[in-house]
Design a protein around this ligand. Sequence first.
Ligand code: CA
Length: 230
Amino acid sequence: MANEKILIVEDEPAIRELLKMALNEAGYKTLYEAEDGEKALEMVHRYQPDLILLDLMLPGIDGLTVCRKLKSSEDTARIPVIMLTAKSEESDIVLGLEMGAGDYITKPFSRKILVARVRAQLRDTAEAAASTEIRRGDLVLNVEFHSVKLSGEEVELTHGEFELLRLLASHPGRVYTRNQIIQKIRGDGYPVTERAVDVQIVNLRRKLETWGAEHIETIRGVGYRLKMEA
Ligand code: CA
């Protein structure tokens, strides 16, 4: 679980050591350290960490500037940042959060809080990445924009078709009965019948052409599923 790479940006060696020990004990073994902002930016590009603990008061380029640079670059914007701050830096905390930092920890902090915040950020980031885009071979569903692309080409789906495809694609290999499908995709203000599910499946297969025919399986007498290897 804890094979994520964490970059610690902190200029005080004692605090850096404390952070390292706490994270190590929590199972995070791949740790990088930077003692100033310049080095931090360089290390982010070199190691592509999964999370950054960022002290705000740093010599040279300060933490807020580091945060702004990270969040304004497409390559690094997705990396979660937890700011390490002093109580007196409240206005900086607000600025940092508005810039896109995910969280902050005020010094002095307990190990327990540190580890809990780190875990939460990593989990949220993984969930966010998983929920905005579903990739199954040549098919890409963007949940945020409700768009579907097949081999890079946009496919026009109705809302119902999209939700059905999303359900099947979220759990490839799992069979859904018509009734389960109805339960899962309704709630958008219109009734869905078993017949409507069948019609949507036919439409999906047609719109998704070869991919649809190959991947959307009818399990006779049970329901539908998306083929596992998809
Ligand atoms: Ca500092």
